[in-house]
Ligand binder design. Sequence first.
Ligand code: ADP
Length: 450
Amino acid sequence: MFEKILIANRGEIALRVLRACKDLGIPTVAVHSTADADAMHVRLADESVCIGPPPARNSYLNIPALITACEITGADAVHPGYGFLSENARFAEILIEHGVQFIGPKPEHIRLMGDKIEAKRTAQRLGIPVVPGSQGGIASDAEALSVAREIGFPVLVKAAAGGGGRGMKVARSEGDLAVALATARAEAKAAFGDDAVYLEKYLETPRHIEIQVLGDGRGAAIHLGERDCSLQRRHQKVLEESPSPALNADERDAIGEIVAKAMQKLAYLGVGTVEFLYEDGRFYFIEMNTRIQVEHPVTEMITDIDLVLEQIRIASGDRLAIAQGDVKFHGHAIECRINAENPVSFRPSPGKIVHYHPPGGMGVRIDSAAYQGYAIPPHYDSLLGKLIVHGKTRAECLMRLRRSIDEFVVDGVETTLPLFSALVRDSDFVDGNYHIHWLERFLAKGAVGI
Ligand code: ADP
């Protein structure tokens, strides 16, 4: 096992990783920018190192500073969390070259899945169903047109290097296609420095359902069921739940088995998520994330498996200790991503938290680095914390979620709590009757009041 783990992240995920390290008895090193000197992960870690000024490119993305921090503290492993350098294959390689273990997949798998065209090709080769679309990248407008005619409009132009919903444009008819291609290319070039795009059939009202996997890099791999992440705003997840209200046990087992088999063939190492769109009883692969995800706690709550702890164990060379037959799903879990944002305009609301009182009681978990008196810096994403609730049934989970939202006090900054308060009382949501565009329509109706 590792001697000391450096956590190359901030906020709630740094704290989440730190907790797993403590449960394993492993000393931790926090790194932080000057803006995060008072952050909770810095306070709770055994050691901390300041790695640069507030902009992430000079601190949390600063590879030389992170390597130096490993060297001066003697950390022999790095947990990258999510975002920042978590899907940077080069970072993983540099760490390995310096004799430091990267707590994540093999660099070649990060690279493979980071290119969405390659990822889709690989998925297909491994027997995973994919969204109909171009075989690889689109070289010209003429090629795009012929592919679009073949799969039928509407089509979606997507960036090969995509992430965070950027570089994605819908073309509803032939007349729209040239503009969609040009804007997707320009957006992709600006966001990722790579203008490669591909084409996919645009599904009108699918759900986003993803499968959590765990592999030991030697051919053993299991799935831990699904998460339904259909509630999105601008392609960003807002609330996630497991199990999905849309799936039955047979569908879950069937897709889980396909994904687990694929990961066994790939000899995938660590945690990963295979993302699908689901429509009319069929699954269509869209991408794979080769890291721990924001929404991982809903899976932990219904499986009783600590994903970060397993991730650390496997990275240290342990074999997978859990067989597929050992995985039992019990009850229902929902996660709300509470952001420090105006709940109507979604404008970020950094600043000092004057009062903070998180909810508690049976089945309630808070993953947050917030505390009373903490000043949320303006430099990073606005995730204030995650409220995760578990119940024996979805109905019980919803009752607990309602009381938790009502109990939650955050004063001094605006938060998206009013959005969740409206959501958990909406009859469509309560019935589990939603798809990936549902939340934007709900917001457009003015359903959230302040
Ligand atoms: P990113 O890497 O930018 O997050 P994804 O491929 O994961 O992009 O897609 C993000 C979201 O965009 C999905 O959850 C879904 O809401 C929407 N989306 C992606 N592909 C399609 C598609 N073919 N048809 C309809 N919506 C899609």
